[in-house]
Design a protein around this ligand. Structure first.
Ligand SMILES: [Zn+2]
Length: 379
């Protein structure tokens, strides 16, 4: 008999309990709970022995309890549970010698696993990855703390600023004793203290040309770009580099009470310049807004509130993990994922496509065909 089950178990993250003689539930919280009607108690009996024992033992036990059951009936029962993603193949994590700090991550990923997928493999993909983090301000400093708990193999960080007192309200990687020091130096030192298994490399450098980014992309699996100065131009510069290096990049930026995340996967999704083309084609005030905004040289006070920044940076890092591992669908491919800190809501913008014919950066287009690109160049 062909089937996928070897040593199935109920995912340990879920409780199993009876409501009454007819009903039982797996899971306890709204949205992650499945209720089963089971008047004969057969499915509940099956569930109650899914503790990682072998399928042959499960079949033997079920037939002894319910002599009229066939093997197919028991497999059908497992299929019902598997279709709801409630069971998994048993795995003994201790055999991998995995760092204990990652076990809760693995348990979280297990929620998303189809039968036969391993949540451990998701964590391992993170542990095997190299991430280039551009910027150590309100975004990057908190992103680094989140990455320390995820444990990529290597993190390369690039920034040119020093720690200032005005940073301490939201850039919680830094301490008062770090004031006046280069952020990269503090970040490298602190990250080593937080997670000594990560190989960390810091570069004191201001990203001004796309070649500046390309200096650091060797061996990198994913880039996180949280430099937003000068506005739009920074993203355009990094975009050109990641398209050329063919490395996925998650971009994030915050404005007043909204945060936005979008990602570029070269040769698959539209790039940042495709987004400029998209807006040119779909928003008749886009170029005017861009030029009007640029011409006032708006220099706002820093607007940043730590709880809001954590919402954004958490979304950025989760998006990076989704793209790296595929544990769940990314939310910011060909769209911008926006978080409204005011009410905790999020939504995605209308999607934009890759303009292979027209994009000067990821396609075969010419920059001078599009008015918008002239305004980026002239500064
Ligand atoms: Zn493009």
């Amino acid at each position: 008999m062909e089937n996928k089950y070897i040593r199935p178990r109920v995912k340990p993250i879920y409780p199993v309990y009876k409501l009454n003689e007819l009903l039982f539930r797996i899971g306890a919280q709204l949205g992650i709970t499945t209720e089963f009607e089971d008047p004969e108690g057969k499915l509940y009996k099956l569930v109650s022995i899914l503790d990682g024992r072998e399928l042959s033992d499960i079949l033997k036990y079920m037939k002894s309890e319910f002599p009229d059951l066939t093997e197919e009936d028991v497999i059908d029962g497992l299929d019902i549970l598997s279709n709801e993603d409630l069971i998994e193949e048993s795995e003994d994590f201790s055999k991998y010698g995995i760092d204990e700090r990652y076990i809760p991550n693995i348990n979280y990923f297990s929620r998303f696993m189809k039968y036969g997928m391993s949540a451990y493999e998701i964590q391992k993909k993170i542990n095997d990855s190299t991430i280039l983090l551009l910027g150590l301000g309100g975004g990057g400093s908190n992103i680094l703390t989140l990455l320390s708990g995820l444990g990529p193999r290597k993190i390369i960080i690039v920034d040119y600023d020093k720690v200032e007192k005005s940073n301490l309200g939201r850039q919680l990687l830094y301490k008062e004793s770090d004031l006046g020091q280069l952020k990269v130096d503090v970040a490298v030192r602190t990250l080593k203290e937080m997670n000594s298994t990560i190989d960390v490399e810091g570069h004191n450098k201001k990203i001004e040309r796309y070649e500046d980014v390309l200096e650091y992309t060797k061996g990198v699996d994913l880039v996180i770009c949280v430099i937003d100065e000068p506005p739009f131009i920074a993203q355009k510069t990094v975009n050109k580099a990641v398209v050329e290096a063919k490395i996925p990049c998650v971009f994030g930026a915050s404005q007043v009470s909204r945060g936005r995340v979008f990602s570029v996967i070269p040769n698959m999704t539209g790039c940042f310049d495709c987004l400029n083309i998209h807006y040119t084609l779909h928003d008749d005030k886009f170029v005017e807004q861009f030029v009007g905004f640029r011409d006032i040289d708006f220099n706002p006070p820093t607007v940043a509130y730590a709880p809001a920044m954590y919402q954004l940076t958490a979304a950025i890092v989760d998006e990076a993990v989704r793209i790296l591992t595929g544990y769940a669908e990314p939310r910011s491919l060909s769209t911008q994922y926006e978080i409204n800190y005011e009410d905790g809501s999020s939504f995605t913008h209308p999607s934009w496509t890759r303009y292979e014919e027209d994009c000067p950066t990821c396609g075969n287009g010419k920059s001078d065909k599009w008015e918008i690109f002239r305004y980026y160049d002239r500064k």
